[in-house]
Each structure stands twice: as C-alpha cells, then as structure tokens.
Ligand binder design. Structure first.
Ligand code: SF4
Ligand code: SF4
Length: 440
C-alpha cells in the first residue's frame, strides 16, 4: 500500500508497542464538577490571573495572561464560578497557581469566541501568530513549547512544514485516533502553517504501524499537490524532531540549533488540529485527548478531557484500577514522568496517563555494574556514549560529561531500555544536565 520507501533514522530501538487503544473511538469525559486550571502549562513565563474568587467565567474566557516574555494566555475550560486561586505543584514538581472553577454544567461559551473573519489567503503571518498565541496553543506532543513562538522562529527559515504523526511512545494512540477521526483538522492546521511560513511543501509523517490512518490521509491529500504523506519505519524515538528531519531529509540538526535552522518546521498532529480550531472556529485550547492505559486500568481508551480535570476523574471514567497500582505516569513510559498526586490536573502536556502495577515497573535502583557491552552506544539516536555519560555523572565529573556532549542527549531513554545491566543511564544523564545548567 505504501510502496517500498520507508523513512527512518540511525540508531533507536524497537519497543513493545502496547497500542491496544488504537481501535477504540475517542470518548469525551463528562464535565467534572470542578476543574483546576494551571496558569502555567508550557515552557516559558507563568500567566498571572485576571479573575478572582467569585467571578463568573465562560468556556474559552481568558483567566490568565502573560504580560512579558515567552507565553500565552490561559482560558477557562468550563463555565461556572471561580471557587479559589491556589498554588499546587505541577507534573514537574514546580509550584504553579491554579484557577479552580466550579462548573455550572451550562457550558456557556465566551462571547469573545468568534471565527477569524478573513480567508486564509488574505491573512498575514503576523495575524496567524497572534491567533495561535491568543488561543493559548503550545506543543501538545509533550514538549509544550508555545506554538506562536515556534512559528515566529521559523519565518524566513522553513522551506517545509512537517506534521509529526509518529507517536512512537508505547501505549499512546491519541494522535492515531485523531488522524482517523479528524484528519481534516490536522490537514487544515498544516495548510494554515504553510501559508504563515510561505512554504510550498507540507508533509504528514506517520509511522507504518498506522496503516488505516496512512490510507485515509493519502486519500485526503490526493488532490493537494503540495502535501505528501511520508511513511516512516516504526522505531523509537522516531517522533523526536531531529530523527524526523534525518529520516525525511537526511539532514542533521546541529547541536544547539532547531529544525527550522535546517529548513523544517515540525508540529505535532494534535497541535495542528488546535491551530485549525483556532483559525476556523475561534476556539482556544481548552481540552485535549489523553490516552488512559497501563495494565492496571480496567477500560483503557482515549479520552477528550477539559484542561484542569483531575487524573483521578479520567482513570475512574475508564473503570478505575483492576490491580494494585504501583506507578502513575504522565506521558509515555519512555519519556513520561512518574506522578505522586492523583488529583493533579490534566494540562497541555498530558498526552497520556499510564497506571502500572508492580509487574510492569522496571525501575531497578540496585543495578549491576556496566559490562561494557556497547548496547547503549549502538542504539543512541544522538550518537552519544551513554555509558561514559552515566559514569561521569555518577562520579560528578560533569565537565567531562559536557565534553562528551551530554547536553545533546534528548533523554529518550533508549539507552536505559536496552541496558542488560539495568543501569538507569538516562536518570544519571538528567542529573548531569541539571548540574551543568545550574552551573551556567
Ligand atoms: S544518551 Fe540520551 S539520546 Fe542517547 S539513548 Fe540515552 S537518553 Fe537517548
Ligand atoms: S548498555 Fe549498559 S552495560 Fe552495556 S555499555 Fe551501556 S551502560 Fe554498560
């Protein structure tokens, strides 16, 4: 069906996919009684609240703004009354202000929501940047970089726009379902970006483990000569931006540079759909699709949830846990983060919630010494020496780790996954990177 050509990169690994939810329709979470919307959901400055306790808010109403620096506004995801503004720790352990809204169940939409009035062809780059910023859109693949700033940084540099539909992390199928259920929105978002950047080539980059989505996309773009579907080999971490650039163009993104510096603007599929909603319907980002899975979850599935709904509500909606949970992970099992609070809110970055029992928890704090097998070196997609990086980090020889380019590590976890000695290489590397950043 796809021909013989499959794009790929060097290194990487084949992981157990566990994509059991790929065949299930996305379902909508019934609106929670309250939501706790964090005023920081992306890389950059925290927003300041512009509402106070007792205010009535509507869906899509701005409740927080960033006055200076990198950042987007935050919007109410339900209508109702502001119950309180409190500080709670986010998924990374950083204290963030949250606006807690008591839902009135009316789903009253903000009067500020209206579609952009002009056709795409008559809209300028600056206007698209503003629309994307005002809609509060940041990378929904997990990186959460503000999308308006990504567009700005690619102006005059990008010669192609790539929609990242790889979804290479195990378990996560949110993008796969989105492609099957709303491919038109993803393609519209791509067209908006191509127009904003005055780019003539648009690519939909999909791993070959999604044959139904590939077929559907190929039909959908058959009459669009500037857009192609690129079928990539299923391999982890194919969804990493640098690996996509290499797979599609055989170009390396130099250390410290961005894909735009080699001519590529890359956006996650759900982010593209959010851009389409903002441009054509005026809707800000107030919900996202979350894959709820893991061996503990009774009915794993993809759930569209309002931002600010709690992890607990999503897991309960999926039937709760059928086994004693040992670990809750926000994001995929390779790059996600273990969580400690079931009542923490869903944010822009919550691509998945995975609940694992003891049986699936592979963390081994009592690992054996490195046996110098070279597996980690062989699989590292960034062509680093993970074994030495881990050893330098353990010995706190951070400057030596820096000389071996530790800062280029994308923390994909491929090295740890393949290490027969169970060395948690990526955890050591994170410590070294943190220490070097602090020193800088
Ligand atoms: S060293 Fe970094 S980039 Fe290389 S495999 Fe390990 S985590 Fe991935
Ligand atoms: S894979 Fe593990 S045991 Fe093998 S060289 Fe790397 S750190 Fe050492």
């Amino acid at each position: 069906m796809f021909g013989n050509l499959k794009y790929t990169f060097r290194g990487g690994t084949h992981v157990n996919e566990h994509k059991d939810t790929a065949g299930l329709q996305t379902v909508r979470l019934p609106e929670p009684a309250t939501v706790s919307v964090p005023l920081s959901q992306h890389i950059g400055a925290h927003a300041k609240p512009v509402v106070q306790k007792g205010d009535t808010v509507a869906v899509g109403q701005v409740i927080g703004v960033v006055e200076n620096g990198l950042g987007c506004p935050v919007h109410a995801s339900v209508s109702g009354t502001v119950k309180e503004i409190l500080t709670r720790h986010n998924a990374q352990g950083i204290p963030v202000q949250n606006v807690v809204i008591e839902n009135d169940g009316l789903h009253t939409m903000s009067k500020d929501i209206k579609p952009w009035g002009k056709p795409l062809e008559e809209t300028t780059t600056e206007e698209i940047v503003q629309i994307v910023r005002d809609a509060g859109i940041s990378g929904l693949g997990g990186a959460t970089f503000p999308t308006y700033a990504k567009i700005q940084s690619a102006v005059g540099k990008a010669t192609s726009v790539i929609i990242n539909c790889a979804e290479c992390e195990p378990y996560i199928t949110a993008n796969h379902r989105l492609l099957l259920e709303r491919s038109y929105a993803v393609i519209q978002g791509l067209e908006v970006l191509m127009h904003a950047l005055n780019v003539k080539e648009g690519l939909l980059a999909v791993e070959d483990n999604k044959p139904d989505a590939i077929e559907l996309l190929q039909k959908a773009v058959a009459d669009k000569p500037n857009i192609r579907v690129c079928v990539m080999k299923t391999k982890y971490p194919q969804g990493d931006e640098r690996q996509i650039v290499y797979a599609l163009y055989h170009k390396e993104v130099p250390a410290g540079k961005l894909p735009a510096d080699v001519g590529c603007m890359i956006i996650n599929a759900e982010t593209a759909a959010a851009i389409s909603r903002a441009f054509y319907r005026g809707l800000p980002l107030v919900s996202r699709i979350v894959t709820v899975a893991g061996d503990c979850v009774k009915n794993p599935q993809n759930v569209r949830a309002p931002l600010g709904a709690s992890y607990r509500e999503l897991i309960d909606f999926c039937g709760g846990c059928v086994k004693e949970p040992k670990k809750l992970v926000s994001g995929g099992p390779m790059m996600g983060q273990a969580q400690w609070d079931m009542d923490a809110p869903v944010t822009n970055g919550t691509s998945a919630l995975l609940v694992f029992s003891e049986e699936y928890d592979r963390i081994n704090t009592e690992h054996s010494p490195c046996i110098h097998c070279g597996c980690c070196v062989q699989h590292c997609p960034m062509h680093l020496l993970p074994n030495y990086l881990a050893q330098y980090a353990q010995a706190r020889r951070y400057d030596d780790a820096a000389k071996l380019d530790v800062m280029s590590c994308v923390e994909c976890g491929t090295c740890s996954y393949n290490c027969p000695a169970g060395v948690q290489i990526v955890q050591y590397i994170r410590v070294a990177k943190g220490a070097l950043r602090a020193k800088k």
